[in-house]
Design a protein. Structure first.
Length: 232
């Protein structure tokens, strides 16, 4: 049965129109049909009820930091209303899935529960990212069905570094930068919901990478409970 996915897309510093379209095509190959939405206020109007999965391919946050330009505030600024929080909470309480990509740790920073849903968050002045270049991703290939049989791979991408961890996480993949290994992929349960975060996915080059495409399909299938614990 085809599952329905809502891609929340948009923000700054990324080519979200192109990467969200690529993401929809990648997940279509796994029988997951996507709708792309850039109007996040619709979440509080009952939008999520028709979907089995929500994917975050976006960079939207309050933008109150003094270094943020007025143009970025206009493009990326978003405050999570009580209605949006309630709709997300109901969606997750129904045992549905969340696939969060790349800048998702930066998003929704005025929603206290969000960091516990995702498992980590971006902290201004502490978190950062390595340059957009080729990075080696080291995969714990036998650790989970999402990564089973996927070996280490190189990807042209931006590597997010030093996330603040909300609680204990076991990374399924890491990237090395400045002598440290940084988590780039993990899965977790949040109540009856399943969550998968992948810190990769800055631009078109990343979404064209075969290993990343497979991780996206696997991660989506896992949160939808279509990937058994020891089966790829």
């Amino acid at each position: 049965m085809v599952k329905r996915n809502l891609i929340l897309s948009g923000g700054v510093a990324h080519d979200y129109p192109r990467t969200s379209a690529m993401l929809a095509e990648i997940l279509e190959q796994a029988d997951i049909r996507s709708e792309i939405c850039e109007d996040f206020q619709r979440i509080g109007e009952g939008l999520l009820a028709d979907f089995d999965l929500v994917t975050l391919n976006c960079a939207r946050w309050t933008c109150r930091q003094p270094q943020i330009s007025p143009a970025w505030r206009q493009q990326a600024g978003f405050e999570v209303s009580a209605e949006v929080q309630r709709s997300f909470a109901q969606f997750l309480a129904a045992g549905k899935g969340l696939l969060a990509l790349h800048a998702a740790t930066l998003c929704f920073n005025d929603w206290p529960a969000y960091s516990h849903i995702l498992g980590a968050w971006w902290e201004w002045g502490y978190s950062g990212h390595a340059p957009l270049q080729e990075h080696l991703i080291q995969v714990r290939t036998d650790a989970h069905p999402v990564v089973m049989g996927i070996g280490d791979f190189a990807i042209h991408d931006e590597l997010y570094t030093h996330p603040r961890i909300a609680d204990t996480l076991t990374p399924l993949a890491t990237g090395e930068w400045a002598g440290e290994h940084h988590p780039v992929l993990w899965v977790r349960d949040y109540g009856t919901a399943r969550i998968c975060y992948c810190g990769l996915g800055h631009g078109v080059e990343a979404f064209a990478n075969p290993s990343y495409r497979l991780l996206l399909q696997r991660g989506a299938r896992w949160v939808l409970r279509e990937l058994e614990e020891r089966s790829p």
